[in-house]
Design a binder for this molecule. Structure first.
Ligand code: ADP
Length: 591
């Protein structure tokens, strides 16, 4: 099967979140299964052209109002898939970079510190989507599946449906099906409708294609209307997004597409996130020998300047500091529960993260006043691995979480997640049952400082009073299978279901044709490339209008904060204490 991933992010070149990891990991897994997988992303400013190969000839992409956008195309193989001496690797996943200086030759993927959402984003990414089709023509390789990711690629299925798979079009894509994966419904790419002319689709498509959104242009909504099948990154998030509470105003569209909509849980990269071969932690370990975890805890305590003590539980966090991650209820000035947690319980807390300025400064303030709370503001792969390995608990009080990776990392590192019961966290963590000892973590329903406080208290109480249960929970988590192979197989089933729904069969050679047999196998040779002169880019027209992004949805459902927060004091508490019902209102922090 020939699969083209259209994405604004892919590791190791461009990453702001889990999308980048998913696109590359899924591509690698699919290629290991024998499929011909290619990825197209923009060539952002910080992607070094010298490390890529330039394809001959400039590529023209026709946009609206008679504009022809000129770009160069670069390519390379995705690391981990090229054949390397002595190592059995999968077929190379070819990655193509659309190099358009005016649109992508700037600092930032979607925005910069001074312009958080680039004013021409609708043009940048609709051009990118259209260019994906021109790329296929250029390399004379036509996918069976066009797999688009999130709002920046959401217009690709619209072009497929309304410009490429219609009578009178070239016909190269007539047997291509489209999938759109939602990685985060909170980001939709909503811009002024004046930008629509640039897309080069008739105004009827503004309505029929689903762009119209209260007189604005909504790129994700159009993709959700137009893609042959849609999915998101966990089954529970798929259900949640069809409710008003989590649907970010698109729950109606998703209910309308219900028959074509499903959730497939992301996997994790078990070459990178695996305590038995992790090169970023002091000593590797497994459930058979946990010495390395004890060593990681000691190193973590030293790294963060905490008292070295194996008997005090460490609560770790690695997170973007944004509302989605529940940081308001944890660190909000005067009401956040982090202060009370560190004051009342005999714990240590470490955090690695960056994001909203208010939150970074609150965290720094807390760290300066609490001896058992330490934080590093910034981004570090190494420290994130150390936190996963060295912590006893991992806190994720997310307001919503399409899938979430860190709770899966935590489970396989023997670190028990403390999570809000939302999205993919529900699909991956099982709540502790005090009576039976079952479970793999601690969960609460309603996002509120008191729920976080009580649930952390419950976990800390279990650490001191139900140690046997804690150890068994760790083992259970470490044996979980979150490999990409499992998820990739589900994507193959989704692709197959899409062919079936569209009445398209896959030939023995693996490409869509009219043959009877439907199989999934083949390997394709590298595409032929056109020859002649070097590529050159020609500036595009300056975009005109302002945009307007996203929105935050507060979840509604009722909660049940869990029992028994064991308050305070050092040493090993012996009895079960009743939980405090709410965290103290004041954190005692004064500016
Ligand atoms: P999201 O994509 O919503 O941020 P995910 O849990 O799906 O959340 O993925 C986040 C990824 O980014 C994880 O791999 C996480 O470890 C990583 N990450 C987030 N913040 C940092 C940081 N400050 N330093 C290192 N890694 C980080």
């Amino acid at each position: 099967m020939k699969i083209l991933m259209v994405s604004s992010e892919a590791v190791p070149w461009a990453k702001t979140g889990g999308l980048a990891d998913m696109v590359s990991a899924l591509s690698i897994s699919l290629s290991k299964m024998g499929h011909d997988v290619r990825v197209v992303i923009p060539r952002y400013y910080n992607i070094d052209r010298d490390k890529l190969k330039l394809l001959p000839d400039a590529m023209g992409t026709p946009m609206g109002s008679g504009i022809q956008e000129w770009s160069a195309v670069y390519t390379t193989d995705m690391p981990g898939t090229a054949s390397q001496a002595g190592e059995a690797k999968s077929n190379p996943v070819k990655v193509y970079f659309i190099d358009h200086e005016i649109f992508f030759g700037r600092n930032g993927i979607y925005g910069s510190p001074t312009e958080t959402d680039f004013i021409d984003n609708s043009r940048r990414f609709s051009f990118f989507c259209r260019a994906a089709f021109q790329l296929c023509r250029k390399i004379k390789w036509y996918p069976d599946v066009l797999h688009a990711h999130d709002w920046p690629a959401a217009v690709a299925p619209v072009y497929l449906k309304f410009a490429e798979r219609v009578p009178g079009a070239g016909g190269e894509f007539k047997k291509t099906v489209s999938i759109l994966t939602i990685h985060n419904l909170g980001y939709q790419g909503i811009y002024h409708k004046d930008n629509f002319d640039y897309l080069g689709l008739g105004w009827d498509v503004f309505y029929n294609g689903g762009f119209e959104d209260w007189s604005m242009l909504n790129m994700l909504k159009a993709g959700l209307y137009s893609a042959d099948k849609i999915n998101t990154v966990s089954p529970n998030y798929a259900n949640e997004t069809m409710t008003q509470a989590h649907g970010f105003r698109l729950d109606g569209v998703l209910r309308y597409r219900n028959a074509d909509y499903c959730g497939i849980l992301n996997g994790i990269d078990t070459d990178v996130w695996n305590p038995s071969k992790d090169k970023l932690i002091p000593e590797t370990y497994s459930f058979k020998n946990m010495d390395g975890k004890a060593k990681a805890k000691e190193t973590l305590q030293k790294e963060f300047g905490l008292q070295v003590n194996p008997d005090v539980p460490i609560i770790g966090m690695v997170t973007r500091l944004t509302d989605q991650k529940g940081v308001g209820d944890l660190f909000g000035p005067t009401y956040g529960s982090a202060w009370s947690i560190c004051r009342d319980f005999n714990v240590q807390m470490v955090l690695l993260g960056s994001g909203e300025y208010w939150c970074e400064s609150e965290i720094s303030g807390l760290a300066s006043r609490l001896s058992n709370f330490k934080a590093k503001i910034g981004y570090s792969e190494k420290i994130s691995h150390l936190i996963e390995a060295g912590s006893d608990f991992f806190l994720m009080p997310s307001s919503y979480e399409p899938c979430g990776l860190n709770q899966m990392y935590s489970l396989v590192y023997g670190t028990l997640p403390i999570v809000r019961a939302t999205g993919g966290l529900v699909d991956t963590v099982e709540n502790y049952n005090e009576k039976t000892g079952e479970g793999t973590g601690f969960m609460f329903d309603y996002l509120h400082p008191s729920s976080i406080y009580n649930t952390v208290g419950w976990a800390v109480w279990a650490w001191y009073n139900k140690r046997n249960d804690i150890e068994k929970m760790k083992m259970r988590g470490m044996k979980k299978d979150f490999t990409w192979e499992t998820s990739a197989q589900k994507y193959i089933e989704l692709y197959d279901a899409t062919f079936k729904a569209q009445g398209i069969s896959i030939s023995k050679a693996g490409s869509a044709d009219d043959a009877e047999s439907v199989i999934v196998k083949p390997k394709k040779s590298a595409p032929k490339q056109s020859s002649s002169t070097a590529a050159k880019a020609k500036p595009a027209d300056k975009p005109k209008t302002a945009d307007k992004p996203k929105a935050a949805a507060k979840p509604k459902t009722a909660d049940k904060p869990k029992a028994a927060a064991k308050p305070k004091t050092a040493g090993k508490p012996k009895t079960t204490a009743k939980p405090k019902t709410a965290a103290k209102k004041s954190t005692g922090k004064k500016k």
